[in-house]
Design a protein around this ligand. Structure first.
Ligand code: ADP
Ligand code: MG
Length: 438
């Protein structure tokens, strides 16, 4: 028979003492700790897993020793232990040579500017960081490059780590995941691999589209996903397109990715770009007149990463002057950056309407007959190619259609174009006309 080393009421006193005297290090999971041995003046406290033991060792030695002394009236040392059979050092050894969680310091929620383009993705990320495993699981963030996906993913990690330092966070790129996996297969170290990933409290994988075409990694990821999901651990993924559009991604993964929240980060509109320029200039302690902010945000309209590049360039040039940036300097400095041809939606609508013998009202209206829907989809596709408008903004020109409708249209036309040389030629012709006219 196993005899408890302390009476339950005495143990309760210990935990209560820690809670009262050291509220900052106390955690909800302390209720799961158990006193398992008291011999030679050392109280052994057993925790559920290795990360908890690590946390207890780093932060709680003293508080528990004091509490045990107060509750028993004896001089007692404490030691933390876990019965978890797979030794954490195995997993750590497995990870040796791989990168540990590396986060960029600036990728915080407080540095992230929101606008219509990213509001949903941002709000969902904040909610997930606030209630991991409970708000939306998985959270899937998708969008073109340079629009802030990695920033949001890392902000979630920062926030969760700050709120609960003992959380076992695994944040990696998809490439790293597949490399780990192949490596583990080669070395016969699949057990360690699985321990490592399936014991994460929070698994964040960036650019998951790289799972495409990698059957065995997909299979492994599927099981990792299920294990974490079933025990309500949070999963966050990003990709350059929505789950259904990741080429040759198994249907069962697509449906799992879709089962949580799928949020788009779209291109930022002019106002949001201006807000980003304003914020980034402030971070660099440069004062810039509104007029100049508008020039920068108007000229650099592709993505936020390029916007940052332009700001760095301006910053550098301004230092060689007197530290100021005026309109003239901004125009000269950014002069070399290519501007998209100035094609507007009205000209696209006109050109397509003439080509297909339709009225403008048809293209912008609600009718879904094929003879109208197809040219309308062509308009959306051309708008995405030739203007800098976001999916949402393009939808606005077509009777307030949703961004998903526009994404669907662009994908459909792209696919058909690849299979149909006639359509491809037609689109090239339309595009040339529009460019020449602009
Ligand atoms: P992605 O992963 O989508 O390619 P990143 O997250 O790497 O894009 O973003 C590119 C750069 O732009 C990063 O330096 C990031 O901090 C910045 N950035 C992107 N979106 C925003 C935003 N809304 N507010 C502030 N900075 C942003
Ligand atoms: Mg990224």
């Amino acid at each position: 028979m196993i005899v408890a080393p302390l009476r339950q009421s005495t143990w309760n006193d210990v935990v209560e003492h820690v809670r009262l005297h050291s509220p900052d290090i106390s955690r909800g999971w302390f209720t799961g700790l158990k006193p398992t041995d008291l011999s030679g003046g050392t109280l052994v406290i057993t925790a559920a897993n290795a990360p908890q033991v690590r946390y207890l060792n780093e932060h709680c030695q003293r508080a528990f020793a004091e509490a045990a002394q107060a509750a028993t009236g004896r001089l007692i040392a404490v030691r933390f232990h876990t019965d978890n059979t797979v030794d954490e050092t195995d997993a750590l050894a497995f990870d040796a040579g791989h990168t540990p969680v590396q986060l960029t310091d600036d990728y915080l929620f407080s540095n992230f500017i929101t606008g219509p383009c990213n509001r949903l993705a941002h709000a969902a990320s904040v909610a997930v960081a606030d209630k991991p495993g409970k708000a939306y699981n998985p959270l899937f963030v998708h969008g073109d490059v340079g629009l802030g996906k990695t920033h949001l993913l890392q902000a979630i990690c920062h926030e969760i780590r700050q709120q609960n330092p003992v959380t076992n966070i695994v944040y990696i790129s998809c490439e790293t995941f597949t490399n780990h996996f192949l490596n583990a297969v080669e070395r016969g170290a699949l057990n360690q691999f699985r321990y490592w990933y399936r014991h994460a409290d929070l698994l964040v994988i960036d650019d998951i589209q790289f799972l495409a075409e990698r059957e065995r990694s997909q299979e492994e990821f599927f099981h990792t996903f299920n294990t974490l999901y079933q025990s309500q651990r949070q999963i966050v993924l990003s990709a350059d397109c929505s789950p259904v559009n990741i080429p040759s991604l198994e249907e069962r993964l697509v449906s799992r990715f879709n089962s949580g929240l799928v949020a788009l980060v779209d291109r930022p509109c002019l106002e949001t770009r201006m807000a980003i320029v304003r914020a980034k200039m402030k971070l660099r302690c440069i004062e810039v007149p509104e007029e100049v902010i508008k020039i920068i945000a108007t000229r650099i309209d592709s993505n936020v990463r390029e916007l940052e590049g332009a700001l760095a360039k301006l910053d550098l040039i301004s230092q060689t002057r007197d530290g100021t940036i005026d309109a003239e300097l901004a125009m000269t400095a950014l002069g070399g950056s290519p501007l998209k041809p100035n094609v507007g939606i009205p000209s696209i609508l006109n050109e397509v309407a003439v080509r297909f013998g339709l009225r403008l009202a048809d293209l912008q209206g609600k009718k879904r007959t094929k003879s109208i829907a197809f040219p309308r989809q062509i308009c959306m596709y051309l708008a995405r190619e030739l203007t800098t408008l976001s999916f949402g903004e393009i939808g606005g020109y077509f009777g307030g259609r949703d961004h998903t409708t526009v994404i669907h249209a662009c994908r459909l036309i792209k696919e058909r174009r690849e299979q149909d040389a006639g359509l491809d030629a037609e689109l090239q012709d339309l595009r040339m006309n529009l460019r020449n006219a602009s």
